[in-house]
Design a protein around this ligand. Structure first.
Ligand code: SF4
Length: 299
């Protein structure tokens, strides 16, 4: 059989398609990225984001899956357990996968609780690592896993000499000296991400950063996502960002509504570091908004 694999969106290699490819190849099938000019015996399409437009050239009978289509479709267990077929993405040099699914929290703006439910361990790095030097962990909230699991995952990465990306971030509210001690030892190839999504978490953010630094995690390795436009005021947005700046860690603003001009402008101000370091919001913000207003014909 000849199988076509269509990645509709997403910047990361598509894990579901890599596992489908591995499974079909193990059955003796051919699997490749779908090409609308060729005929296939079966086509799978995977879409991560629900605002990505559908690819209207997909053939009849295509099997669709991924959060961008629905929350229900899952890979069959025998496909889920395959080591991903990394040959689909020859430019990609890291292993990628989950050791846990789900989350202990139910943040209302997040799809994970609806899609994956409660947190549970589903494997270890050996479930998807194929000898690469780098590893991207897609766990939604690895710090919420039982500590033995966190220790085993970090310990395996340290023992194998891997450089890690905790791509979905860690939970600052749950960081203990034991977590921090392991994070100090594990090599990372990106900053370690946390979130400061609500001003009410200020105490946890301050305490967590102290624990990390005391345990030997360099401050330049830390970065905090700051969600704005969801249950926060502009004053609270500025307060959180300036608090992080004052503590010496990098903020990265995530606008809840990308069509909102304040949210976009605030995110641009913080995330373009050259601007953030030199121009205060009190100057940048009003100027930017005034210019936009003028461009739109407001005077
Ligand atoms: S902690 Fe993170 S993964 Fe868990 S529900 Fe909240 S945003 Fe989603």
């Amino acid at each position: 059989m000849k199988i076509g694999l269509a990645q509709v969106d997403g910047k990361y290699p598509n894990l579901a398609l890599m596992k489908l490819s591995a499974w079909h190849k193990a059955q003796g099938d051919d699997a490749e990225f779908w090409n609308p000019l060729f005929k296939y015996d079966g086509v799978y399409a995977s879409k991560v984001f629900n605002d990505t437009p559908e690819n209207y050239y997909l053939p009849d009978g295509v099997v669709r899956g991924g959060t961008g289509y629905d929350f229900e479709t899952e890979l069959p267990a025998e496909v889920e357990k395959m080591i991903p077929d990394y040959s689909l993405y020859p430019e990609w040099t890291a292993a990628i996968g989950f050791t846990t699914r789900g989350c202990i929290r139910k943040c209302p703006y997040c799809v994970v609780p609806r899609k994956e439910g409660a947190l549970r361990v589903v494997g270890d790095i050996y479930s998807f690592w194929a000898g690469q030097k780098k590893i991207v962990l897609l766990d939604n909230n690895l710090t919420a896993a039982p500590f033995e699991h966190f220790r085993a995952v970090c310990g395996s990465c340290i023992a194998e000499g891997l450089s890690v990306d905790f791509s979905q971030g860690l939970d600052i509210r749950l960081v203990t000296p034991e977590h921090a001690g392991l994070l100090a030892r594990v090599r990372t190839f990106k900053q370690i991400h946390f979130a400061f999504d609500h001003v009410n978490y200020e105490r946890a953010v301050r305490d967590g950063i102290k624990i990390l630094i005391r345990s030997g995690v360099g401050i330049s390795r830390l970065m905090f996502y700051v969600l704005i436009g969801y249950d926060s005021t502009p004053e609270q947005d500025l307060y959180r960002v300036e608090l992080l700046r004052g503590l010496g860690v990098d903020p990265f603003v995530m606008p809840y509504n990308r069509r909102n001009s304040y949210q976009n402008n605030f995110a641009r101000w913080v995330n373009m570091k050259a601007i953030f370091k030199t121009i205060p919001w009190e100057v940048y913000g009003p100027n930017r908004m005034r210019n936009e207003y003028a461009i739109k014909g407001g005077g």
